[in-house]
Design a protein around this ligand. Sequence first.
Ligand code: UGA
Length: 441
Amino acid sequence: MKIAVIGTGYVGLVTGTCFANKGHDVICVDVIEEKIQKINEGTVPIFEEGLDEMLKDVVSKKKLKATLNMKEAITNSELIYICVGTPSKEDGAFDYVYLKDAAQKIGEVIKELDEYKVIVVKSTCSPGTTMNLVKPILEETSQKTAGKDFGLGMNPEFLREGVAIKDFLNPDRIVVGGIDEKSQEIITKSYEGFESPFLNVDPTTAEMIKIASNSFLAMKISFINEIANIAEKIGSDIQDIAKGIGMDDRISIRFLRAGLGYGGSCFPKDIQALHRQSVEMGVPSDLLKATMKVNEAQPLRAAEILIEEMDDRSLENRKIGVLGLAFKPDTDDVREAVSITLIEYLLERGAKVFATDPIAIKNFREILNHENLTLTSKVEDVLTDSDACILVTEWKEYLNLSPSTFKELMKIPLVIDGRRSLDAEKFRNEEITFKSIGLGR
Ligand code: UGA
């Protein structure tokens, strides 16, 4: 099929590249010239495992190209996936400025065309957006009718950063929310050869499935983090508890890793937007509110543990090492990362923070600068002469560090595991004071 992908951010680029890999002819559209150039050279402007090679391959086989020219892309495609960003506004609602712009430009192009096109929203949005925002804009600008002159649908993405290619090619399910049978069929055809189950629903239900899935996963994380905080007090280990709970098929162990909370560009913004919508609609969700509240407090648990361990209960002029800045391992993304909340708190209390990350330092620097914050690529600089060290992101390279390295380099061997990922026994054998989220012994 001939497919246009509007927006070459993380979702758009993965979607376009994977569709091209599956044999479709893909044209990606963006408004940033530099990005277009890079894509056409086969270079990935973002960090995503495996994307680089796949993009190079499809570009060299001429299955994917990028352009600034929306008209060219739409004219030459039967299916148009909208993958533009929907960031948060100050008030927590989704900002549809890019979505509206894309819909308007698509409408203007299809006004001049006779061929039937199907427009698919892939951007995450509040339930009702495709029908109440995108459809009217398309109809108004094109002077045509959805369901008659062009097709329309919503097809949410369930991609995790770092494993997005795998998630795209082997999804647990493919949710297709077409406005009519014809749209449904054409959208489904783009996934020909996929062995995953399909679920056909209306666009608003598709939007709700996406945002409710993220909310549920975030709720699981906040739940296990609350249990972790209790586990510390009752003298148990959250790892054993999560294992025991997760052995029940109805619950499952996935997304029951306790730690400093969730971050990233999806969970925080999606839950906030759904909560806001629930309030506006007069059915306020207490569970979503509680999920957010637990998550806001959780990064500071590491600081609380730290302060409890200091003989004078003060962080003034203490050198605190931070291992990991990205919102999760294998990405350079620091959006809404718990490292930001935690480091800000430590700095407010007068600590001198030395932080490192394998690839996210550059992005972190753009978010936070402070005279008492040193960002370094060397783990050694973080640990040397430090009064304590906190593991914030569970990068493999940090989990592989030997406890003796901590012992040798640190001034006070106090290690706080913010992800319940390190082997407590090994650290304690080295006479290191080892504390962890959810570890009560
Ligand atoms: C999330 C969803 O998992 C995807 O299905 C969804 O498509 C995507 O959002 C999106 O809406 O685009 P992502 O944000 O890439 O994907 O990352 P996750 O792997 O889900 O992790 C999110 C956060 O939760 C991270 O900060 C991670 O450290 C934290 N987490 C995850 C936990 O604290 N515990 C867990 O057990 C799992």
